[in-house]
Design a protein around this ligand. Structure first.
Ligand code: HEM
Ligand code: HEM
Length: 182
């Protein structure tokens, strides 16, 4: 058990894990549970945006694995990874795998769009040309974000099965430190 634990422990630093789960929770709450017209919706939205901002800074100056340079967007590498998922010729990746990386950038971009249009709505309201455009875009982008998140989770589960690694556990591991047995 210890070898596996040690390998898993170091995967994602606390900032990555905290921003991930805060963003995931905020998006799900705002999409499915919290009243869209409420102050709470706006607050949760700003929390998600703050986490996104923090993660973007961390992508530049954070730990090795969390940095953008560790998972550059590459459609070619993503396609190659897709092929390898079915041919069984797997390579280990130190950060997000190339296919996951594309989805991660997509999720961030979509969250940014949802957040930016949400801020416009918060500031100018839903009327007038700008407000109406922001409302339409906010709604469509929020739906796309949820669809992408569903694909993201399916991808995580599939990749976990194919590689025999529990990726969700890597993202949730709470103690975050080298364990007792080291
Ligand atoms: C975190 C992700 C978010 C999700 C998933 C989300 C989702 C949604 C959805 C589905 C609606 C209903 C749209 C409609 O039916 O017209 C809505 C409305 C709204 N959202 Fe968000 N939202 C998010 C973030 C934000 C943020 C960051 C803000 C503001 C800073 C914001 C402000 C608003 C406002 C003001 C409305 C009401 C628009 C209206 O009066 O119809 N949202 N949001
Ligand atoms: C609305 C919901 C969600 C959104 C917007 C979202 C978004 C993201 C983003 C942006 C990343 C990259 C993390 C980073 O580098 O900072 C990520 C990674 C990850 N997410 Fe999510 N996520 C959501 C829900 C979930 C759920 C429900 C699970 C678990 C079942 C999950 C499991 C993971 C895992 C395991 C990774 C790391 C993947 C890897 O090993 O490369 N996510 N997610």
């Amino acid at each position: 058990m210890s070898a596996q634990l040690q390998a898993e422990e170091r995967v994602w630093d606390p900032l990555v894990r905290i921003t991930h789960w805060t963003i995931a929770l905020s998006v799900l709450l705002n999409y499915a549970i919290v009243d869209e017209e409420s102050v709470l919706h706006v607050w949760i939205g700003y929390v998600a945006l703050a986490m996104l901002g923090l993660r973007m800074i961390w992508g530049l100056v954070g730990t090795e694995r969390a940095r953008f340079t560790s998972f550059p967007p590459s459609p070619r590498a993503a396609l190659a990874h897709l092929g390898s998922m079915f041919s069984g010729s797997r390579r280990a990746h130190t950060s997000h795998n190339p296919l996951g990386a594309l989805m991660v950038y997509g999720l961030w971009a979509m969250l940014f769009l949802v957040g930016a249009t949400g801020m416009v709505l918060d500031i100018v309201g839903e009327y007038g040309m700008l407000g109406e455009a922001a409302e339409e875009t906010h709604e469509v982008a929020a739906t796309l974000l949820i669809v992408m998140a569903a694909i993201h989770v399916s991808g995580v589960l599939l990749e976990s099965r194919l590689t025999g690694t529990n990726l969700v556990r890597q993202m949730t591991w709470l103690s975050g430190r080298k364990s007792e047995e080291t």
